[in-house]
Design a protein around this ligand. Structure first.
Ligand SMILES: Cc1cc2nc3c(=O)[nH]c(=O)nc-3n(C[C@H](O)[C@H](O)[C@H](O)COP(=O)(O)O)c2cc1C
Length: 156
């Protein structure tokens, strides 16, 4: 039990303990994917409460990969200052934060994605009845790059 409260090495990260808040969509980002003050306050509270590492709710790497309202974006350098604000606040509260990168593929709808959803195959799913548009190989390569760019984005 005592180990839970011991520092642990996770690659380059050194969380203060082994308590991890699993990825949980909060719906607290602006329509264009920026973390809001509400989300900053929420993560700060988690860190102050003793969570060593927070995994963000899923963050889309490309706008049409957005699945839920208020979802975090990680698709554009223009969002950096908002992510830096979030990260710094968590660090000051003694925690660490990592971002979960996703693309919703066909598991979204035109309203959230801003266009007809895209997927590797044009297959309808029971929970997501809008028929997605099949991705070209070129577009799949671009989305792979979008993941790499989002992971390499410098946010603090
Ligand atoms: C409201 C809500 C939002 C969630 N959002 C995400 C998410 O963004 N990414 C993810 O991988 N899992 C998400 N999950 C799953 C949780 O991270 C977790 O794996 C799940 O709740 C099971 O954990 P538990 O058994 O401790 O409840 C979400 C769960 C809930 C209840």
């Amino acid at each position: 039990m005592a180990k839970v409260f011991e520092q642990v090495g996770l690659g380059a990260l050194q969380p203060a303990n082994r308590l991890v808040r699993s990825a949980t969509w909060e719906g607290m980002c602006s329509a264009d994917g920026r973390p809001t003050k509400k989300l900053v306050d929420y993560y700060t509270e988690l860190a102050r409460g003793g969570v060593g590492l927070i995994v963000s709710g899923y963050a889309y790497v490309s706008p049409e990969g957005k699945q839920m309202p208020g979802k975090m974006g990680m698709h554009d350098d223009a969002l950096a200052k908002d992510h830096i604000r979030l990260t710094q606040a968590v660090h000051e509260a003694g925690g660490l934060v990592v971002v979960q990168l996703v693309h919703a593929g066909g598991q979204t709808d035109s309203d959230k994605a801003g266009q007809r959803p895209v997927a590797p195959s044009a297959l309808e799913l029971e929970q997501y009845p809008e028929l997605p548009q099949e991705l070209s190989k070129e577009r799949i390569s671009e989305l792979i790059s979008a993941f790499a760019k989002a992971a390499a984005r410098e946010i603090g």
